[in-house]
Ligand binder design. Sequence first.
Ligand code: ZN
Ligand code: ZN
Length: 584
Amino acid sequence: MLAKQTPLTKQMLSELLRASSSKPKQLKKIHAVVIRTGFSEKNSLLTQLLENLVLVGDMCYARQVFDEMPKPRIFLWNTLFKGYVRNQLPFESVLLYKKMRDLGVRPDEFTYPFVVKAISQLGVLPCGVSLHAHVLKNGFECLGIVATELVMMYMKFGELSSAEFLFESMQVKDLVAWNAFIAVCVQTGNSAIALEYFNKMCADAVQFDSFTVVSMLSACGQLGSLDIGEEIYDRARKEEIECNIIVENARLDMHLKCGSTEAARVLFDDMKQRNVVSWSTMIVGYAMNGDSGEALALFTMMQNEGLRPNYVTFLGVLSACSHAGLVNEGKRYFSLMVRLNDKNLEPRKEHYACMVDLLGRSGLLEEAYEFIKKMRVEPDTGIWGALLGACAVHRDMILGQKVADVLVETAPDIGSYHVLLSNIYAAAGKWDCVDKVRSKMRKLGTKKVAAYSSVEFDGKIHFFNRGDISHPQSKAIYEKLDEILKKIRNMGYVPDTGSVFHDVEMEEKESSLSHHSEKLAIAFGLINGRAGHPIRVMKNLRTCDDCHVFSKFVSRLTSREIIMRDKNRFHHFRNGICSCKEFW
Ligand code: ZN
Ligand code: ZN
């Protein structure tokens, strides 16, 4: 293609670059030719090359090309910043920003959104604060996109008051600004704040649009607030806001996230228009809710209709297999995914994690370990974490220790892995090892994420921590809890003290168990909820063995359905049985 005899023009090289835009090796060859022919004096070819390298994610080479440029324009600096953000290389981004300042290059309005995003990825608050000062000094804070990124950064750091302050002092709060803020709240998992601001927005008489509705439906999905979500949807209809397929998909997703699978299926069947997102949402939703059969049946139906699945669809299919312990089916779908040989369907880390989860939970721990070692992508903490979780379930101390060693190396600051490891030791009665892990956690400053549960009642979300006494109805809640505990003990419930963290006295174990947040939430639901309606509890972490047994007994005692969504999946407790069939 690049024969020596052919005299190459700049135009030809530019076309070659365009044709090779997704081929890193070709790009490097062309670069060599560009240098040989002396065209490198002309920045336009190098600009094109740099853009292509950023697109294919070869940031190392992109940087080399950038450094060769005599005086790169601000556009090229921004291209590199964009590439660093896309490829999750925040540290390089920060160093580049420093270089930019050292050279006295003035950033423009496109620079800061990328740099702020990089700081968010880096996760270092003081850097964020000093960058915010630069933004202010350079006069870019009032720009919507920069301000939004700053708000997002503060939200990610958990600095909610700074984020809110920034939003409140933006110069113009038009619909775009409100939508951006609400969307950021939802994306960072602050759905209760999103709801609060939606109400403020309505009080300010700002007319919302379909973007707002989509954000709010997904907020309600996160919060498990089906009633509030439906109210917002109804309002949107009444106010003739366009409820396009994106809105309808969001509504479907909300129903599934609230455990309302039957209603979701009616919505799905009635949809005038369905796209791959609708199908995937339904399949993932069924999987999460433990209806693996329905999920797989829907996948077959989708294929029969000739619709091409995407990577989310496969995630749903694999997690359906994982939740039902369908090892052979899982393997079959995974190899189908590989066989389809579609660039967009190459298994991602999430798919590998699903397979590890499936093998691990089914007790095939060694096979899962071998699977990880043979993976085509670098295993991340999520994948190792899935195996560690399985080791905890199957109480395999030896492999558990091996996996924990890898995790502690790669993610020393993630407290949940340390907790899992110490649970494995606790189950084996190795209290000296438990102590060691705990003191290591203290030394590293790793914190356990505080567990909480929430219930929606009367248009409000009620949150409970373990042993919480801050709720106005606290007294009644604890009385109700005592009453239930007494009754279910007579039915044969025995507290599972094995899931308590440390070797404390038996009585203390029982009382700390009985005040877990989900138990308080269920008691609250029993006091306030309408008879015959399910009690929906959302839990931010995985529910413990004891709360699982407790919920089964309560569903039987009270003839009430309890729908609990924990970090991993849904549990529908009906008449003493859980939909997860103990596979979680
Ligand atoms: Zn519990
Ligand atoms: Zn369950």
